[in-house]
Design a protein around this ligand. Structure first.
Ligand SMILES: [Mg+2]
Length: 162
């Protein structure tokens, strides 16, 4: 990204300066501070849910965290560590691989539960979204920021094989 085009603003967590859309200035404040739950709860009522919802990334973040909190996964004092959360994200990708290895349909239903490679990928995204909701990470903005950077990278990122 061209430095002249990068917009800056005050970091909401410290006295530093962050790029607009970045979660913080590098201070890690967005990881340390919980989100404003009132804002999430207020926004919850405005979400359109269902298969045609066309949810934005940040609406998904709100939805995933809302459901996880309601199910007790972020009960104060019982929160999972970052390592545990990442391990659970990995576990969803392993489940996706097992679905692929078993040559199962991409999506199917078993005893009323959604299953399949696509569902396991969705589970991983849901876990990531939940984490971002819990710690106030603006995932939509971060994805846009990183994709803009990726767009400017060299072909195969400088000749990498994979
Ligand atoms: Mg799963």
């Amino acid at each position: 990204m061209n430095d002249k085009l990068v917009k800056k603003e005050g970091c909401p967590y410290c006295k530093g300066v962050r790029e607009v859309g970045a979660p913080d200035c590098g201070c890690g404040g967005s990881l340390a501070k919980p989100p404003d739950q009132r804002t999430i709860d207020e926004m919850w009522g405005t979400l359109k849910k269902g298969p045609d919802s066309n949810m934005t990334v940040n609406q998904l973040v709100i939805y995933a965290n809302k459901v996880a909190r309601e199910k007790g996964w972020w009960e104060p004092g019982k929160e999972s560590s970052f390592g545990e959360v990442v391990a659970l994200m990995h576990s969803e990708l392993s489940e996706a691989l097992e679905e692929f290895r078993g040559r199962k349909p991409t999506m199917y239903e078993k005893d009323g539960k959604p299953e399949g490679l696509a569902v396991e990928l969705a589970d991983c995204v849901i876990r990531i979204a939940d984490y971002c909701g819990q710690y106030g990470i603006n995932l939509g903005a971060v994805i846009e920021w990183k994709m803009a950077y990726n767009e400017g990278r060299e072909y195969r990122h400088g000749g990498k094989k994979i």
